[in-house]
Design a protein around this ligand. Structure first.
Ligand code: NAD
Length: 480
């Protein structure tokens, strides 16, 4: 069996049993159990936070170059182990194996970049305002032990975004991956430990999510909270962090618009859009959802989009023929059905899909709607699944207004061959990431984060590292 026995990493030891009980981890492709996950109770959560406190003293005392060497070595281990980690990721999450392999390799790239950035945690010197001052410096120090929460949709990439930056800055971590996808995170934690991260600086827990977050966030050892997840849970954790005046980063949900301009090449846009939309069965925070298409291209674009969606081969992620895997769990199917029923009730046109697939596993048909009313749930809430909606527009002003109309502001995309329009869209779309003429907004070197309710702060890029630091000013006067 390539799926490892699920375990928690607390205070330097892997635990296969814990006081919070246990739960099964299921394979979404066929609903069979993969393993039994121990759940942390109050005792283990306390132990994890205390270990992170001790681990922080050890790890922060290492010099930046030393930490860089360890994290670079961990990135190499991820590359060497990628072909062993990827099937585990596919088994517990469902995405096609090729996507899983790419995710693990990209995670190594993110870790590399943050390791490098750790050597460049620059400060500055400031000219004194008064006499008798020898130096005035502004420095950055690691913020302290971090409580990190990640969802199941990118079980390698999302933990590494937090672990890479936190560890590169000199912080220790207690990470809670989603209970559906613990094993990928275990293998990442193991690679970091094998490369030399001190055992107590890196803890991994799973449990009852509300209990884990409330306990860790309130614990005096925890200095920073970082969550990737839905807007609703992000608000909850943000409130808890604020109550204790703890630093907070929230990478939350999105509802990405795509503007296909009058001068775009619809065939080119279509090919890229189908691949982006149905990657990971649409369970991607930056997934394109609302396509606003210039009236001239609208009818043909919508018809071809539906044809392309219908032609996708669904199946288990372990099958090399599969283009779209199952959804991650049964609740996602129920949610898709609610989006579809509401859109139909409100008069949207269903162009294809809309149903659960009649086979074992959590499969849902690639679905395309057109002309959905602004009041429909689909046009207001993140579907987080394989559903796209195609809307015609007449003027670019109208399209930009519609694109910016929601409280989300994670990613936005546009397609145009006109340079002035490209720059206008870059300026006017209200999102943390704007992709013009491609969908590749997630890169190790570039900050990734949401505007409006889509989040607070960024990950990756140099901003990702700074999020795990505190600013300190030190001023030294002439003695005696
Ligand atoms: P979720 O909010 O349900 O869960 C995220 C994390 O919070 C998990 O660890 C989960 O166990 C925990 N959690 C869940 N309920 C909780 C509660 N009541 N109290 C405390 N913790 C709780 O999100 P999800 O459904 O697992 O993931 C999908 C969401 O994540 C989508 O909205 C997606 O857009 C978002 N996401 C955002 C980004 C980004 O970078 N902005 C990236 C990936 C996913």
């Amino acid at each position: 069996m390539i799926y490892p026995a699920p375990a928690l990493h607390i205070a330097g030891r892997w635990l296969t049993q814990a006081s919070g009980g246990e739960r099964y981890v299921y394979n979404p492709a066929d609903e069979t159990p993969l393993g039994v996950l121990p759940l942390a109770g109050a005792a283990e959560l306390q132990a994890a936070a205390e270990a992170a406190q001790r681990g922080f003293s050890v790890w922060r005392a290492r010099n930046a170059h030393d930490r860089y060497t360890v994290l670079r070595a961990a990135a190499e281990l991820l590359r060497v182990r990628a072909e062993a980690i990827a099937p585990v990721l596919t088994l517990e999450q469902g995405k096609p194996l090729a996507e899983a392999l790419r995710e693990v390799r990209l995670s190594a790239d993110i870790l590399d970049f943050q390791a490098e950035e750790g050597k460049r945690l620059y400060g500055r010197t400031v000219a004194p305002r008064v006499d008798g001052i020898l130096s005035q410096t502004v420095t950055r120090e690691p913020v302290g032990p971090v409580a990190a929460f990640t969802p199941w949709n990118f079980p390698a990439n999302l933990p590494i975004r937090k672990l890479g930056s936190a560890l590169a800055a000199g912080c220790s971590v207690v990470i809670k991956p989603d209970e559906q996808t613990p094993a990928t995170c275990m293998l990442i934690v193991q690679a970091l430990l094998d490369a030399g991260v001190p055992a107590e600086a890196l803890n991994m827990v799973c449990g009852d999510p509300a209990e884990v977050s409330a306990t860790l966030i309130a614990h005096p050892a925890i200095a920073k909270v970082s969550i990737t997840g839905s807007v609703a849970v992000g608000k909850l954790l943000g409130e808890q962090a604020a109550r204790h005046v703890k630093r907070f980063t929230g990478e939350l949900g999105g509802h990405a618009p795509v503007i296909v301009c009058d001068d775009a090449d619809p065939a080119f846009v279509l090919k890229a859009s189908l691949a982006a939309k149905y990657r990971n069965a649409g369970q991607v925070c930056a997934s394109p959802i609302r396509f606003y298409v210039a009236r001239r291209h609208y009818a043909e674009f919508a018809a071809q989009f539906a044809r392309g969606a219908q032609a996708l081969r669904l199946g288990p992620g372990m099958d090399p023929q599969t283009q779209m895997g199952p959804l991650a769990h049964a609740r996602r199917i129920d949610d898709m059905e609610r989006f579809v029923d509401d859109a139909i009730d409100q008069g949207a046109k269903l162009l294809c899909g809309g149903r659960r697939v009649d086979r074992r596993g959590f499969y849902f048909e690639p679905t395309v709607f057109a002309e959905a009313p602004a009041t429909s749930r689909l046009m207001q809430q993140e579907p987080f699944g394989p559903i796209a909606v195609i809307q015609p527009y007449d003027t670019l002003d109208e399209a930009i207004t519609a694109a910016n109309a929601l409280p989300y502001g994670l990613a936005a995309y546009a397609w145009t061959r006109d340079l002035a329009t490209a720059h206008r869209l870059g300026r006017e779309l209200e999102a943390g990431m704007v992709g013009i003429n491609h969908y590749g907004v997630s890169q190790a070197e570039m900050p990734f984060g949401g505007w409006k309710e889509s989040g607070v702060g960024q990950e990756m890029g140099s901003e990702g590292l700074l999020a795990y630091t505190e600013v300190k000013t030190i001023t030294v006067g002439v003695p005696g």
